[in-house]
Ligand binder design. Sequence first.
Ligand code: CO
Length: 138
Amino acid sequence: MLKKIDHIGIAVHSIATARIFYEQALGLHCERIEEVPSQQVRTAFFSLGETKIELLEPLGEDGPIAKFLQRQGEGVHHIAYTCDNAAAQLEKAEQAGCQLINRTPMTGAGGKQIGFLHPKSTHGVLTELCSAELSSAP
Ligand code: CO
């Protein structure tokens, strides 16, 4: 079951440059910066109530964020929903006819279990499902 919007992912060329807007123009506080080598990305999280803004900067030229930036430039990259069990939620989406990018969750920033639904079957929005802990098999 979905609980809330966990974060909105925004692709940027440089966290060092983009964070100036979030900190100075919006007054948000950067909680942490974390590299996720498996996704070839560096992330920066800004808290806003129960939701976070996740800036995504590419590490290298080949990862998904690097490709996104080459294709369409900076901007909203994905929306992430917190659910109680990412594995079960992915399976539920698949049963509903949704095309998955990840059939089983992988470990993302903050050690969360995350999986993505393909924008082709979500009306154009890359959708991330995440849960806090390792989910048991659905
Ligand atoms: Co995310």
